[in-house]
Ligand binder design. Structure first.
Ligand code: CP
Ligand code: NVA
Length: 309
């Protein structure tokens, strides 16, 4: 069976735990070495990762490129504007061709159905580098970051503030797989897709929705937010106004557990979803979180290549 990674549930809780453990070990083993140096065991030597971007990216692009290099392989990048995908060649045909030429495909796109279509026709692993629905690779890095900073995931309490978006969907999915709680505070009309919460709740995770940001953050171990306007969404003053009460401020953080960690996948809009004192303050783990995209993506690539879990 080809191992596609479209959502965290494709791997499951045990494999994600294995990814986190492997990422911690590999990160420790190469500490202090040049970032482009190959890991001693070069587990994916000779492998080529094709990366397709139909949306902008800094972290996902660079982290996957560095990740495959560190594993001993190489990458190449296609974008909508310069590949035949942009001129209407089908996803199915693109998947068939790339499967003959490359060993793995990572794609960032809009409609999640496109990545499902790609996985259906690809004979090599397809990895979700973000869709409008989910961002599973980001959440592997987020989990890695809080675990590194001493959090035991099972039973921990997470708070999400702002927009019910793709990043939140993957956090909810992780909560179901790894058994932690998520309290979600979003304005009316910006709720996450209830199917994610339904599945996580069925798996035993406590997922609650509130309009009250203080209630969401009270006693939380981890506080997370993201941009109020995701890629592909129109800038809307009405939305920004509705989001304002959900801004992460120092006063709001004071309701979380002492020492609670703040996460943001970046890019950030200081003064919108979070104030500078929080995102640039002592509780913020954003730079570890960004660096951990490399270490987490290495684990995702190894899992997809059937070398892990
Ligand atoms: N967090 C994240 O996915 O960043 P990029 O959009 O820069 O890839
Ligand atoms: N929710 C954001 C995440 C960016 C990494 C977006 O989709 O634009």
């Amino acid at each position: 069976m080809t191992r596609h990674f479209l959502n965290l549930s494709d791997a499951g809780g045990d494999a994600i735990a294995a990814m986190l453990a492997d990422a911690i070990d590999r990160k420790a083993a190469r500490r202090g070495q040049p970032k482009g140096k190959t890991d001693a065991d070069a587990p994916l030597a000779g492998h080529t990762l094709a990366m397709i971007f139909e949306k902008n990216s800094t972290r996902t692009r660079v982290s996957f490129d560095m990740a495959i290099r560190q594993l001993g392989g190489t990458s190449l990048i296609l974008d909508g504007a310069t590949s035949q995908l942009g001129r209407g060649e089908t996803i199915a045909d693109t998947a068939r061709v790339l499967s003959r030429m490359c060993d793995m495909i990572m794609i960032r796109t809009d409609d999640h159905a496109k990545i499902e279509e790609m996985a259906h026709h690809a004979t090599v692993p397809v990895i979700n580098g973000l869709t409008d629905m989910s961002h599973p690779c980001q959440i592997v890095a987020d989990l890695l970051t809080v675990v590194e900073h001493g959090l035991a995931l099972p039973g921990s309490q997470w708070a999400w503030l702002g927009d019910g978006n793709n990043v939140l969907h993957s956090i909810i999915e992780a909560a179901g797989l790894l058994k932690f709680g998520v309290r979600i505070a979003v304005p009316e009309g910006y709720e996450p897709d209830s199917a994610f919460a339904g599945r996580a709740q069925a798996a035993g995770a406590a997922i609650t929705l509130t309009r009250d940001p203080v209630a969401a953050v009270a006693g939380a171990d981890v506080v997370v937010t993201d941009t109020w306007i995701s890629m592909g969404q129109a800038h809307a003053d009405e939305k920004l106004k509705a989001m304002m009460p959900y801004q992460v401020t120092s006063a709001l953080m004071a309701h979380a557990k002492p020492g609670a960690r703040f996460l943001h996948c970046l890019p950030a809009h200081r003064g919108e979803e979070v104030v500078p004192e929080v995102i640039d303050g002592p509780q913020s783990l954003i730079w570890d979180e960004a660096e951990n995209r490399i270490h987490a993506q290495k684990s995702v690539l190894l899992w997809a290549a059937d070398r892990l879990g």
